[in-house]
Design a binder for this molecule. Sequence first.
Ligand SMILES: [Zn+2]
Length: 395
Amino acid sequence: MVLYSKWTACRPFSSENARARERPRRIPILQEEPTIHIIGSRTQIFGFVSNATRNLICQLILPGSVSTSKEGHVMRRAIMGSGIFGFVCAVVFGQAAVESKPNQAPEAARLITSDIPSFWQVFDKASLKDAAEMFQREYIDSGTAGLHDFLKSRIQNGRSLAGTIAARPRYYAAIRESTLAIDQTPAIKDAIRASFRRLQEIYPDAVFPDVYFVIGRMNSAGTVSSRGLLIGVEMNARSESTPVDELTAWERAVTGRIATLPNIVAHELIHIQQPREGDRSTLLQQALSEGGADFIGEMISGGTINKVQRSYGDAHEQALWAEFRKEMLGTDLDRWMYQGDRAKDRPADLGYYIGYKICEKFYHRAPDKREAVRRILHITDPETFLKESGYGGDN
Ligand SMILES: [Zn+2]
């Protein structure tokens, strides 16, 4: 068994890590000050650094790579001078992006896991020195089409991936078993397949693309591409005993258990059914898209990917709505969606919660439930939909 210690170069400094520092490790890399060596395409960081410094280093080394939405409807920030930076919201493609003859049989969608053992083979073989190259050659280049689609704004390349792992070596080492459980524990795939069948029952026009399970770099728990659903398993593979002290506060908040993997698959499956949206949709439109995916996703899978938002939202619903309604027709999503670890005073992604509540009200009010599902999946006029839902009284 390979010890995580070979990855310890970029481990953040904390009191918990002070204990870890006392353990023997294979590579003697303790130094007073961190040093960074960049040789060609390789980057090596030696010594212990704080979380903030580590993040700064990772941003400097990997410019434009900060993407912090749980699912990867990702805000991608680029470092340009001293400013902040436009973002590209890599939102969802919808049905139009699915292959020309979309599959409508729940049983025919493939659940593709071959990238997972391939990741662990490289993880076991690579050292800090050659990890970037090996991940690129033996994991990414030889990976599935779904893994390749997951590169943009997410994994990016072998160097980025190696950097992320080097900053969180014990976390990655600890999730191996959970990630392999997708193949070894039939209940996980059974639950995913059951949610597919359930969607077909409530929405007969549903399409079912292949699902690719990949291991990425802690910036996207799931998204969609023209090939299907892309699930970042490393963000959905925690257990009771997984060490999380290397993770940022945001990562700790959004990483899920392997048992909840079917919930994120269901959420992304709903996005596939939704129509394609413009690049600059309003806050209300975006909240309804995400909230609708949460609402129907929960209906078919029995669980939500946004527990933190749900419990905060339920405790502050009136105040949140009063705030949201003032901003909902604008296009500034910054306080409501995709903030990642930039949300300081309350959970990120509360726009999902408001969108969920509007869809829930719409559904409960509708006399024809099947038609209500169809309407939630095809919201083309958000303001009319909101009015019809009755959410917020007179709005
Ligand atoms: Zn989503």
